[in-house]
Structure formats: C-alpha cells, structure tokens
Design a protein around this ligand. Sequence first.
Ligand SMILES: Nc1ncnc2c1ncn2[C@@H]1O[C@H](COP(=O)(O)OP(=O)(O)OP(=O)(O)O)[C@@H](O)[C@H]1O
Ligand SMILES: [Mg+2]
Length: 356
Amino acid sequence: MTTVPETLRENGLIDCISVAVLVLGGDLSVHYMNRAAESLLGFSQRRAQGRVLFEILPANESIREAIIEVGGTGNSVTLREVELNLVVADRGVRVDCTVTHLSQSTGQEQFVVEFSKVNRLTQLAREKAMVERHNASHAVIRGLAHEIRNPLGGLRGAAQLLDRELDNREQREFTRIIIAEADRLSALVNRLTGSYRPPAMRPLNVHQVLEHVRKLVSVEANSSLVITRDYDPSLPDVAGDSDQLIQALLNIVRNAVQALEGRGRIVLRTRIERQFTVGNHRYRNVVRADVEDNGPGVDDKIKEQIFFPMVTSRPEGSGLGLAIAEEIICRHGGLIDCESEQGSTCFSIYLPVEEG
Ligand SMILES: Nc1ncnc2c1ncn2[C@@H]1O[C@H](COP(=O)(O)OP(=O)(O)OP(=O)(O)O)[C@@H](O)[C@H]1O
Ligand SMILES: [Mg+2]
C-alpha cells in the first residue's frame, strides 16, 4: 500500500506541519494520517487505518461530496470554513478543507485530504497586532501604577501624622477618609503591579492548579452551580508559577460564576494539543485548559476588548481580571483565547510543555 512519499515520513516532516493531512484509498478508507490529523480527529493512525473516513467522521456530507467530485474530475477542491463534525468533541471545528487526487503509477487511486483550522489561522494573523497593542497598554498601566505608588505613600504618611496632631474628632474623620482611600488605591496598585512579578517556574501539573481553583470557587458558590471536570489523566507537567496560574484561572472561573449569576454549569477541561504555535515558536506539545460555562455569553459590545485592562460590563467590576490573567499566561510563554456565543463561553489557556 503506497501512502505518503517516504522522504516526508522518514524526515518526520509530515508530522511537523500543523495542517491535518490524511491519505485515503479509492474506497475512502484511511491509509495514513499525520500527527496533526490524529490530534484534530481524536483517532490514532492505528485505530483509523483501514476504516472508511466517514466511519470516524460521520455527518460531514459536504466533505464526502467534495471527495466524490474530485474522484470524478481529477481537479482539486477547496472548501472554505466548513464545520467539521467530530465524534470525539461535543461541538464542530471550523476548517478549510482541500481534497486532491493522487494517481499512482500502479493505477491505484488515492486522495489527500487537508484540514486547517480557521480560527487558529486567523488568530495567528491577528495575534501579532494584538500582542503589540496589549504590550503597549500594559506598559502604560505599569508606568501609571508605579507613578501612583510613590506619592500615595507620602500622602498616607502625612495624613497619619496629621491625624495624631488633631484633637477635633470631626476633623479626624477627614484624615481617616484620606487614609482609607489611600489604602484602597494602594490595593488596586498592588493588584495592577502584582502580576508583573516574574514567575518562579517549577514543574507542575495543571490539574493541581485547576483543583485548587475548583475548591476555592465551590466554597463560594451555591448548589445551583455545578462544576464538572473533564480531565485528560495523561497530561504532562508544564513549567509554571503555581500561585500566578491559580490567580489567572481563578479570575477566569470567577468571571464564569458571575456570568451565570450563581446558576448553571461550568466545565473544567484539559487536553493535550500537538504541533501548536505560540507567537513565533512551534511547540510539539501544549497543554490546554478550558473553562467553559453555559451562561449568556460575552457582551458583543466589548467582545474584542475583554483582555484590555479596565474593560468591564459589571458595575462593580474593575475590568482587570482578564488583563491580569493574560499577562500571567503570556509570561509563561502561553496563550489565552476565548470563544463565546449565547449559551456557551469557553476560555482556553495554552501552556507549552518543555521538551526533554
Ligand atoms: N464567562 C464570561 N461570560 C460572559 N462575559 C464574560 C465572561 N468572562 C468575562 N466576561 C466579560 O468580560 C469582562 C471583563 O472581565 P474581567 O475579568 O477582565 O473584568 P471584570 O470581571 O469586569 O472585573 P474584575 O475581574 O476586575 O473584578 C466582564 O466584565 C464581562 O463582561
Ligand atoms: Mg473578572
């Protein structure tokens, strides 16, 4: 059975690309899948080999029709932004799909099917501009926080001295207000600058972090809020600062609790992603942790800006939770992403697994 050119396989090139590649026989049985295809479809090459593609990808009529068309005409077909229904996932993935006909010298007919995730590609293009904008806004905040901290200390100290000098109770009320407000501002400044501490990296399992956060939130939440776990037990360790990762995930999970107004379902999910790009670096393995809720979804008006500081839809919110979470994940060399619609909001964090 001929599959993919031997040179590509021998050099491992085919397994390094992030596009999912499948080679099918004329009867549409799977001859070969690269690593990205295994990861996308949730089937190992060993389990899929010899099975007809549509056994492992049922309910994907447009792709079946494309392959039949390519078989008839011999011309390649590309379908843009089709919803790929996966057996292993509860929702579809948006992909571009290209089908090409391969005729072998032996006369054997084969098809090459490529899937590339649309979200990920558009995301990569958007990412660079986003990172630059975020860096700029974080730099402004960091600078501001620093500028506020010093005079604030002086202000508080002076109010304290004045407080001791004053005999009049009514006048001391004013100094107490100055001190209390200075403390409030100082807590805000600490929150702003706290996440900028470089992380102290140690090997850790993301499940420990998630379990810590789950317990904290379960104590605060009532019984109408159900938090379920969907963990991949084979998840490898990542290098991370446990306190900071707890802070980041806590901010995300608390947002979900607030969006649900105490009633609904939160799913904490972990998965391993292969051949994943963050910035300019391609990682062989990345750990993904999802926080998904079935609440009303992110308000359309602020959807594009939620990771910016001071963006909030809640009267009592400071709009810092996600900006801090993003800062922390970036410092870990990772990525944070959100997909949201009415009834389903999913924040995903990606943390690179160190190799070797
Ligand atoms: N799971 C979610 N569902 C719906 N909207 C969300 C969700 N998570 C975040 N948001 C939206 O994103 C906004 C920004 O979130 P962020 O955590 O940065 O700030 P905040 O929660 O408003 O305030 P803070 O976290 O500082 O107390 C929220 O005000 C909310 O509108
Ligand atoms: Mg928040």
